[in-house]
Design a protein around this ligand. Structure first.
Ligand SMILES: [Zn+2]
Length: 227
């Protein structure tokens, strides 16, 4: 198999996976059955980042045919991310727990139930807007509009772009608990928006505080001793 670029879900680095870091195996169901011939492919990827070196394990169930004396693995029918079992990223715990819990659960069920995932994402987004910007609780669509004067234009463009997609827009105008149909790509866009906003808002604020605190402490250390 040729080398390919890949994002390690553990360290979140973009890395190149070469043959020696990929281990594949296949188990074929040759017994006649109602679904047809199937192959089950398991894959280990080992991250080449020396600070990570963790493995990722996936499994895929595929259509399969016996052709010209060899097994031909066809279209994937189902895919499982076994380790890690969710694509949720590790965010620092100074982000409120309720927000992180909704985010992690939205990631965990993204493929299984995009509409439930999107509903959790929407609640997570609302939680972030209320906690970080202290907006007056209302409909999510109004809360988003209320923060427009305060967020930077690039962040606003990202929010607007996601908000305008298909059912997500309609989703935000309704009551937070109403479940609206969305597809996995839409559910994923909402997750990506939440990840972006967690970095833009919480992580940036914390890093800024740390930098300023360091500067204040360094300046204080330079002060001549008081008489
Ligand atoms: Zn890694």
């Amino acid at each position: 198999m040729a080398n390919f670029n890949w994002n390690c879900p553990h360290c979140e680095r973009a890395v190149t996976i070469t043959d020696e870091r990929l281990s594949n195996d296949r188990h074929t169901l040759g017994i006649e059955n109602a679904e047809g011939r199937r192959s089950f492919v398991s894959r280990f990827f080992v991250c080449p980042n020396p600070d990570c070196k963790r493995f990722t394990l996936t499994a895929t169930l595929c259509e399969s045919t016996w052709q010209n004396g060899g097994e031909r693995v066809g279209t994937a029918i189902q895919h499982w991310n076994l380790i890690p079992d969710s694509r949720a990223k590790n965010f620092p715990d100074y982000i409120p727990k309720a927000i992180l819990d909704d985010y992690r659960e939205a990631c965990l069920i993204r493929d299984l139930s995009p509409k439930a995932s999107a509903t959790l994402s929407r609640r997570c987004l609302q939680g972030m807007i209320r906690d970080f910007w202290k907006v007056k609780p209302g409909r999510l669509v109004d809360e988003i509009s209320a923060i427009q004067p305060h967020v930077d234009p690039l962040t606003w463009d990202a929010i607007e772009a996601v908000r305008k997609i298909g059912n997500i827009g309609a989703h935000m105008e309704r009551d937070i608990d109403i479940i609206v149909d969305v597809d996995p790509n839409e559910a994923n866009l909402l997750i990506e928006l939440i990840e972006t906003l967690m970095r833009e808002w919480y992580i940036n604020r914390e890093e800024r505080r740390a930098r300023m605190g360091h500067l204040v402490a360094a300046a204080a250390a330079k002060k001549p001793p008081s008489q």
